[in-house]
Design a protein around this ligand. Structure first.
Ligand SMILES: *[C@@H]1O[C@H](CO)[C@@H](O)[C@H](O)[C@H]1NC(C)=O
Ligand SMILES: *[C@@H]1O[C@H](CO)[C@@H](O)[C@H](O)[C@H]1NC(C)=O
Ligand SMILES: [Zn+2]
Length: 381
Protein backbone atom coordinates (compact mmCIF):
# COMPACT_ATOMS: atom_id res chain seq x y z
CA UNK A 1 0.00 0.00 0.00
CA UNK A 2 1.30 3.43 -0.85
CA UNK A 3 -0.15 6.54 0.69
CA UNK A 4 0.59 9.88 -0.88
CA UNK A 5 0.29 12.74 1.54
CA UNK A 6 0.83 16.43 1.09
CA UNK A 7 3.39 18.00 3.35
CA UNK A 8 3.32 21.64 4.17
CA UNK A 9 6.90 22.69 4.66
CA UNK A 10 7.11 26.04 6.32
CA UNK A 11 10.36 27.65 5.27
CA UNK A 12 11.11 30.74 7.28
CA UNK A 13 8.47 33.42 7.77
CA UNK A 14 7.45 34.42 4.29
CA UNK A 15 8.28 31.32 2.33
CA UNK A 16 5.67 28.61 2.03
CA UNK A 17 6.25 25.59 -0.14
CA UNK A 18 3.94 22.66 -0.59
CA UNK A 19 5.75 19.43 -1.31
CA UNK A 20 4.35 16.12 -2.33
CA UNK A 21 5.55 13.23 -0.23
CA UNK A 22 5.44 9.50 -0.47
CA UNK A 23 4.73 8.02 2.90
CA UNK A 24 5.65 4.39 3.47
CA UNK A 25 3.80 2.77 6.35
CA UNK A 26 5.76 0.31 8.48
CA UNK A 27 3.67 -2.63 7.34
CA UNK A 28 2.13 -3.39 3.97
CA UNK A 29 4.41 -0.90 2.22
CA UNK A 30 5.32 -0.98 -1.43
CA UNK A 31 7.30 -3.95 -2.67
CA UNK A 32 11.08 -3.63 -2.81
CA UNK A 33 10.86 -3.40 -6.60
CA UNK A 34 8.27 -0.61 -6.41
CA UNK A 35 10.37 1.25 -3.87
CA UNK A 36 13.55 0.83 -5.92
CA UNK A 37 11.78 2.20 -8.99
CA UNK A 38 10.51 5.14 -6.98
CA UNK A 39 13.97 5.83 -5.58
CA UNK A 40 15.62 5.59 -9.01
CA UNK A 41 13.01 7.80 -10.65
CA UNK A 42 13.57 10.55 -8.08
CA UNK A 43 17.33 10.12 -8.01
CA UNK A 44 17.36 10.63 -11.78
CA UNK A 45 15.49 13.90 -11.24
CA UNK A 46 18.24 14.93 -8.83
CA UNK A 47 15.96 14.81 -5.81
CA UNK A 48 16.77 13.61 -2.29
CA UNK A 49 14.49 11.83 0.14
CA UNK A 50 14.13 14.11 3.16
CA UNK A 51 12.67 12.98 6.49
CA UNK A 52 11.18 15.64 8.77
CA UNK A 53 10.11 13.22 11.44
CA UNK A 54 9.40 9.53 11.79
CA UNK A 55 7.40 8.50 8.70
CA UNK A 56 7.17 11.98 7.18
CA UNK A 57 9.26 12.11 4.02
CA UNK A 58 9.41 14.16 0.82
CA UNK A 59 11.50 14.15 -2.36
CA UNK A 60 13.18 17.55 -2.55
CA UNK A 61 15.52 19.31 -4.96
CA UNK A 62 18.91 20.66 -3.89
CA UNK A 63 17.43 24.16 -3.97
CA UNK A 64 14.56 23.21 -1.65
CA UNK A 65 17.04 21.57 0.72
CA UNK A 66 19.08 24.79 0.83
CA UNK A 67 15.85 26.67 1.68
CA UNK A 68 15.27 24.26 4.54
CA UNK A 69 18.81 24.87 5.80
CA UNK A 70 18.34 28.65 5.57
CA UNK A 71 15.13 28.32 7.58
CA UNK A 72 17.19 26.37 10.16
CA UNK A 73 14.85 23.42 9.83
CA UNK A 74 15.96 20.04 11.12
CA UNK A 75 15.79 16.99 8.89
CA UNK A 76 17.53 13.82 7.80
CA UNK A 77 18.36 12.95 4.19
CA UNK A 78 17.46 9.25 4.16
CA UNK A 79 18.03 8.63 0.44
CA UNK A 80 21.03 6.36 1.00
CA UNK A 81 19.76 4.59 4.15
CA UNK A 82 15.94 4.58 3.93
CA UNK A 83 15.56 1.51 6.15
CA UNK A 84 17.94 2.36 9.00
CA UNK A 85 16.34 1.22 12.25
CA UNK A 86 17.42 -0.30 15.59
CA UNK A 87 18.40 -3.96 15.67
CA UNK A 88 19.20 -6.10 18.70
CA UNK A 89 22.62 -6.84 20.14
CA UNK A 90 24.39 -3.54 19.49
CA UNK A 91 24.60 -2.24 23.04
CA UNK A 92 27.13 -3.27 25.64
CA UNK A 93 26.25 -6.26 27.80
CA UNK A 94 29.09 -5.54 30.20
CA UNK A 95 28.04 -2.05 31.36
CA UNK A 96 26.20 -1.59 34.66
CA UNK A 97 22.50 -0.69 34.24
CA UNK A 98 23.01 2.56 36.08
CA UNK A 99 26.10 4.56 35.18
CA UNK A 100 27.61 6.64 37.95
CA UNK A 101 30.68 8.91 37.68
CA UNK A 102 33.59 7.41 39.60
CA UNK A 103 35.97 10.31 39.18
CA UNK A 104 39.29 8.43 39.17
CA UNK A 105 42.05 10.64 40.55
CA UNK A 106 44.16 10.22 37.42
CA UNK A 107 41.56 12.12 35.41
CA UNK A 108 42.29 15.49 37.04
CA UNK A 109 45.74 15.77 35.48
CA UNK A 110 44.27 15.06 32.04
CA UNK A 111 41.52 17.66 32.48
CA UNK A 112 44.08 20.34 33.40
CA UNK A 113 45.87 19.75 30.10
CA UNK A 114 42.82 20.63 27.98
CA UNK A 115 43.70 23.91 26.34
CA UNK A 116 41.28 26.62 25.22
CA UNK A 117 44.13 28.00 23.12
CA UNK A 118 44.51 24.72 21.21
CA UNK A 119 40.77 24.61 20.59
CA UNK A 120 40.95 28.20 19.33
CA UNK A 121 43.85 27.39 17.01
CA UNK A 122 41.96 24.54 15.33
CA UNK A 123 38.82 26.68 15.02
CA UNK A 124 40.97 29.37 13.36
CA UNK A 125 42.50 26.88 10.92
CA UNK A 126 39.14 25.36 10.01
CA UNK A 127 37.23 28.62 9.71
CA UNK A 128 39.88 30.19 7.46
CA UNK A 129 38.73 27.80 4.73
CA UNK A 130 36.19 29.65 2.55
CA UNK A 131 33.61 26.96 3.20
CA UNK A 132 33.64 23.35 4.40
CA UNK A 133 30.55 22.46 2.36
CA UNK A 134 30.61 18.71 1.72
CA UNK A 135 30.98 18.94 -2.06
CA UNK A 136 33.59 21.75 -2.10
CA UNK A 137 37.35 21.39 -2.54
CA UNK A 138 37.88 23.44 0.63
CA UNK A 139 35.49 21.05 2.39
CA UNK A 140 37.84 18.22 1.43
CA UNK A 141 40.78 20.34 2.67
CA UNK A 142 39.02 20.67 6.04
CA UNK A 143 38.86 16.88 6.36
CA UNK A 144 42.54 16.59 5.38
CA UNK A 145 43.48 19.26 7.90
CA UNK A 146 41.80 17.34 10.71
CA UNK A 147 43.31 14.04 9.54
CA UNK A 148 46.79 15.54 9.61
CA UNK A 149 46.29 17.07 13.09
CA UNK A 150 45.02 13.72 14.40
CA UNK A 151 48.00 11.94 12.82
CA UNK A 152 50.44 14.44 14.31
CA UNK A 153 48.95 14.09 17.80
CA UNK A 154 48.86 10.27 17.47
CA UNK A 155 52.67 10.33 17.22
CA UNK A 156 52.81 7.01 15.40
CA UNK A 157 51.68 5.10 18.49
CA UNK A 158 50.81 1.59 17.32
CA UNK A 159 47.59 1.36 19.37
CA UNK A 160 46.24 4.48 17.64
CA UNK A 161 44.95 4.62 14.07
CA UNK A 162 43.72 7.55 12.00
CA UNK A 163 41.75 7.01 8.80
CA UNK A 164 39.44 8.61 6.29
CA UNK A 165 35.96 7.13 5.92
CA UNK A 166 35.21 7.70 2.24
CA UNK A 167 31.73 8.56 1.02
CA UNK A 168 29.94 8.84 -2.33
CA UNK A 169 30.52 12.64 -2.25
CA UNK A 170 33.92 14.42 -2.18
CA UNK A 171 34.36 15.15 1.57
CA UNK A 172 35.46 12.10 3.62
CA UNK A 173 34.77 11.72 7.34
CA UNK A 174 37.76 11.26 9.67
CA UNK A 175 38.02 8.53 12.34
CA UNK A 176 40.77 8.25 14.96
CA UNK A 177 40.81 5.22 17.24
CA UNK A 178 42.57 4.35 20.50
CA UNK A 179 42.54 0.57 20.81
CA UNK A 180 41.21 -0.78 24.12
CA UNK A 181 43.14 -3.16 26.33
CA UNK A 182 40.33 -5.25 27.88
CA UNK A 183 38.21 -8.26 26.96
CA UNK A 184 35.61 -5.71 25.90
CA UNK A 185 38.03 -3.89 23.56
CA UNK A 186 35.65 -4.68 20.68
CA UNK A 187 33.12 -2.33 22.33
CA UNK A 188 33.31 1.32 21.37
CA UNK A 189 32.92 4.64 23.11
CA UNK A 190 32.50 7.36 20.49
CA UNK A 191 32.97 11.14 20.62
CA UNK A 192 31.79 12.95 17.49
CA UNK A 193 31.35 16.35 15.86
CA UNK A 194 30.86 17.47 12.28
CA UNK A 195 33.56 18.92 10.08
CA UNK A 196 31.39 20.41 7.31
CA UNK A 197 29.80 23.86 7.26
CA UNK A 198 27.10 25.57 5.23
CA UNK A 199 26.34 29.16 4.18
CA UNK A 200 23.35 30.99 2.65
CA UNK A 201 24.01 29.09 -0.58
CA UNK A 202 26.07 26.09 -1.63
CA UNK A 203 28.87 28.44 -2.72
CA UNK A 204 28.56 31.10 0.02
CA UNK A 205 31.26 31.99 2.58
CA UNK A 206 30.85 29.72 5.57
CA UNK A 207 33.45 29.93 8.34
CA UNK A 208 31.34 27.70 10.62
CA UNK A 209 33.40 28.61 13.70
CA UNK A 210 30.73 27.64 16.19
CA UNK A 211 28.88 25.27 13.83
CA UNK A 212 30.78 23.06 14.13
CA UNK A 213 34.48 23.91 14.19
CA UNK A 214 33.94 24.41 17.94
CA UNK A 215 32.77 20.83 18.38
CA UNK A 216 35.23 19.12 16.04
CA UNK A 217 38.12 21.15 17.53
CA UNK A 218 37.09 20.16 21.05
CA UNK A 219 36.89 16.50 20.01
CA UNK A 220 40.43 16.80 18.59
CA UNK A 221 41.65 18.48 21.78
CA UNK A 222 40.33 15.62 23.91
CA UNK A 223 42.15 13.22 21.58
CA UNK A 224 45.38 15.26 21.83
CA UNK A 225 45.40 15.06 25.63
CA UNK A 226 44.48 11.37 25.82
CA UNK A 227 46.97 10.37 23.09
CA UNK A 228 49.88 12.40 24.45
CA UNK A 229 49.35 10.81 27.88
CA UNK A 230 49.21 7.32 26.43
CA UNK A 231 45.71 6.85 27.86
CA UNK A 232 43.99 3.58 26.92
CA UNK A 233 40.62 2.36 28.15
CA UNK A 234 39.42 -1.17 28.50
CA UNK A 235 36.97 -0.46 25.65
CA UNK A 236 38.20 1.14 22.43
CA UNK A 237 37.63 4.85 21.90
CA UNK A 238 36.81 6.52 18.58
CA UNK A 239 36.88 10.19 17.60
CA UNK A 240 34.67 11.05 14.63
CA UNK A 241 34.66 14.13 12.40
CA UNK A 242 31.53 13.68 10.28
CA UNK A 243 31.20 14.90 6.71
CA UNK A 244 27.95 16.33 5.36
CA UNK A 245 25.98 16.85 8.57
CA UNK A 246 24.37 20.09 7.41
CA UNK A 247 22.63 18.52 4.41
CA UNK A 248 20.84 15.86 6.44
CA UNK A 249 23.35 13.88 8.60
CA UNK A 250 24.79 12.03 5.60
CA UNK A 251 28.23 11.18 6.98
CA UNK A 252 27.07 9.94 10.37
CA UNK A 253 24.25 7.88 8.82
CA UNK A 254 26.77 6.18 6.52
CA UNK A 255 29.07 5.36 9.45
CA UNK A 256 26.32 4.29 11.88
CA UNK A 257 24.74 2.08 9.23
CA UNK A 258 28.12 0.52 8.32
CA UNK A 259 28.88 -0.15 12.00
CA UNK A 260 25.45 -1.70 12.43
CA UNK A 261 25.99 -3.99 9.42
CA UNK A 262 29.37 -4.99 10.84
CA UNK A 263 27.72 -5.78 14.18
CA UNK A 264 29.80 -3.26 16.09
CA UNK A 265 28.81 -2.71 19.72
CA UNK A 266 28.73 0.87 21.02
CA UNK A 267 28.68 1.48 24.78
CA UNK A 268 27.88 5.16 24.25
CA UNK A 269 28.16 7.96 21.71
CA UNK A 270 28.48 11.67 22.55
CA UNK A 271 28.01 14.41 19.95
CA UNK A 272 29.56 17.88 20.26
CA UNK A 273 27.87 20.23 17.80
CA UNK A 274 28.21 23.90 18.83
CA UNK A 275 29.92 24.35 22.18
CA UNK A 276 31.24 27.92 22.00
CA UNK A 277 28.35 30.35 22.26
CA UNK A 278 27.47 32.05 25.53
CA UNK A 279 24.19 33.91 25.62
CA UNK A 280 23.99 37.16 27.65
CA UNK A 281 27.11 36.37 29.70
CA UNK A 282 25.09 33.66 31.33
CA UNK A 283 26.91 30.42 30.55
CA UNK A 284 25.03 27.16 30.96
CA UNK A 285 25.74 23.53 30.12
CA UNK A 286 22.83 22.50 27.90
CA UNK A 287 21.78 18.87 27.69
CA UNK A 288 19.53 17.73 24.89
CA UNK A 289 16.75 15.41 26.06
CA UNK A 290 15.02 14.38 22.82
CA UNK A 291 16.15 11.65 20.37
CA UNK A 292 18.88 10.56 22.80
CA UNK A 293 19.27 7.63 25.20
CA UNK A 294 17.78 8.65 28.52
CA UNK A 295 20.11 6.73 30.85
CA UNK A 296 23.26 7.78 28.97
CA UNK A 297 21.98 11.37 29.10
CA UNK A 298 21.49 11.10 32.85
CA UNK A 299 25.09 9.91 33.11
CA UNK A 300 26.28 12.93 31.10
CA UNK A 301 24.23 15.22 33.35
CA UNK A 302 26.02 13.78 36.38
CA UNK A 303 29.39 14.09 34.63
CA UNK A 304 28.63 17.76 33.93
CA UNK A 305 27.83 18.33 37.60
CA UNK A 306 31.00 16.50 38.60
CA UNK A 307 33.44 18.11 36.18
CA UNK A 308 32.19 21.65 35.42
CA UNK A 309 30.84 24.51 37.50
CA UNK A 310 28.29 25.49 34.86
CA UNK A 311 24.61 25.14 35.74
CA UNK A 312 23.11 22.24 33.79
CA UNK A 313 20.04 23.03 31.72
CA UNK A 314 17.80 20.57 29.85
CA UNK A 315 16.83 21.51 26.32
CA UNK A 316 15.23 19.95 23.22
CA UNK A 317 16.46 20.30 19.65
CA UNK A 318 13.86 18.45 17.55
CA UNK A 319 14.09 15.71 14.95
CA UNK A 320 17.43 14.93 13.33
CA UNK A 321 19.14 18.06 14.63
CA UNK A 322 22.66 16.58 14.72
CA UNK A 323 24.69 13.41 14.18
CA UNK A 324 23.72 11.73 17.47
CA UNK A 325 20.34 11.18 15.77
CA UNK A 326 21.95 8.84 13.22
CA UNK A 327 23.23 6.66 16.07
CA UNK A 328 19.88 6.77 17.84
CA UNK A 329 18.20 5.74 14.58
CA UNK A 330 20.53 2.76 14.27
CA UNK A 331 19.72 1.70 17.86
CA UNK A 332 22.88 2.92 19.56
CA UNK A 333 22.82 4.91 22.85
CA UNK A 334 23.73 8.56 22.27
CA UNK A 335 23.90 11.81 24.26
CA UNK A 336 24.13 15.43 23.13
CA UNK A 337 25.44 18.29 25.29
CA UNK A 338 24.80 21.73 23.78
CA UNK A 339 26.33 25.21 24.28
CA UNK A 340 23.13 26.74 25.60
CA UNK A 341 19.38 26.40 25.70
CA UNK A 342 18.08 25.87 22.14
CA UNK A 343 15.94 28.99 22.50
CA UNK A 344 19.16 31.02 22.93
CA UNK A 345 20.98 29.50 19.97
CA UNK A 346 23.84 31.39 18.30
CA UNK A 347 22.10 33.66 15.73
CA UNK A 348 25.17 33.75 13.45
CA UNK A 349 25.29 30.12 12.35
CA UNK A 350 24.98 29.19 8.65
CA UNK A 351 26.18 32.68 7.74
CA UNK A 352 29.49 34.50 7.07
CA UNK A 353 29.18 35.89 10.62
CA UNK A 354 29.76 32.55 12.34
CA UNK A 355 33.28 33.52 13.40
CA UNK A 356 35.63 32.85 16.30
CA UNK A 357 35.27 36.33 17.84
CA UNK A 358 31.59 35.62 18.60
CA UNK A 359 32.26 32.54 20.69
CA UNK A 360 34.26 31.52 23.75
CA UNK A 361 36.95 28.86 23.65
CA UNK A 362 36.82 28.77 27.47
CA UNK A 363 33.18 27.73 27.20
CA UNK A 364 34.14 25.07 24.63
CA UNK A 365 36.79 23.80 27.04
CA UNK A 366 34.09 23.03 29.64
CA UNK A 367 32.45 20.72 27.09
CA UNK A 368 35.84 19.16 26.29
CA UNK A 369 36.23 18.41 30.02
CA UNK A 370 32.92 16.57 30.19
CA UNK A 371 33.69 14.79 26.90
CA UNK A 372 37.08 13.64 28.19
CA UNK A 373 35.49 12.41 31.41
CA UNK A 374 32.81 10.61 29.37
CA UNK A 375 35.45 8.72 27.37
CA UNK A 376 37.65 7.85 30.34
CA UNK A 377 34.78 6.81 32.62
CA UNK A 378 32.79 4.88 30.00
CA UNK A 379 35.80 3.13 28.49
CA UNK A 380 36.98 1.89 31.90
CA UNK A 381 33.65 0.98 33.65
C1 LIG B 1 55.78 8.98 12.09
O1 LIG B 1 56.23 8.07 11.10
C2 LIG B 1 56.55 8.68 9.87
C3 LIG B 1 56.90 7.60 8.85
O2 LIG B 1 56.92 6.31 9.40
C4 LIG B 1 57.72 9.64 10.09
O3 LIG B 1 58.02 10.29 8.87
C5 LIG B 1 57.32 10.69 11.12
O4 LIG B 1 58.39 11.53 11.42
C6 LIG B 1 56.85 10.02 12.40
N1 LIG B 1 56.29 11.05 13.29
C7 LIG B 1 56.54 11.10 14.61
C8 LIG B 1 55.92 12.24 15.37
O5 LIG B 1 57.25 10.29 15.19
C1 LIG C 1 19.73 3.16 26.47
O1 LIG C 1 20.93 2.44 26.33
C2 LIG C 1 20.99 1.26 27.07
C3 LIG C 1 22.35 0.63 26.81
O2 LIG C 1 23.37 1.48 27.19
C4 LIG C 1 19.90 0.29 26.69
O3 LIG C 1 19.92 -0.83 27.51
C5 LIG C 1 18.56 1.00 26.80
O4 LIG C 1 17.56 0.16 26.30
C6 LIG C 1 18.57 2.30 26.03
N1 LIG C 1 17.34 2.99 26.24
C7 LIG C 1 16.54 3.29 25.24
C8 LIG C 1 15.28 4.00 25.63
O5 LIG C 1 16.79 3.03 24.08
ZN1 LIG D 1 26.09 21.78 13.35
Amino acid sequence: MKVVVTLACVLGLALFVVCSATFTPATGGPSDAEQTTEVMRNALRGRRWIEFKEGERAWLTEKQIQQLINAKAHFMDVTDHPGLRPIDGLTSSTLPDVLIPRHPESIDKLLKELSAEQIGQTITDLSQLYTRFYTSTTGVEGAKLLHSKYSEFARNQSHISVRFFEHTWPQPSVIARIEGTGENAHELVILGGHEDSVGFSTTGRSPGADDDASGSSSVLEVFRVLASNGFRGSRSIEFHAYAAEEVGLLGSQAIASTYQKEGKVVAGMMQLDMVGYVNNNDPVFGIVTDYVNESLTQFVRELAQEYTHLPVKNTKCGYGCSDHASWTKAGYPSAFPFETDFSNINPNIHSPQDTLDKISTEHAREFAKVALAFLVELSTQ
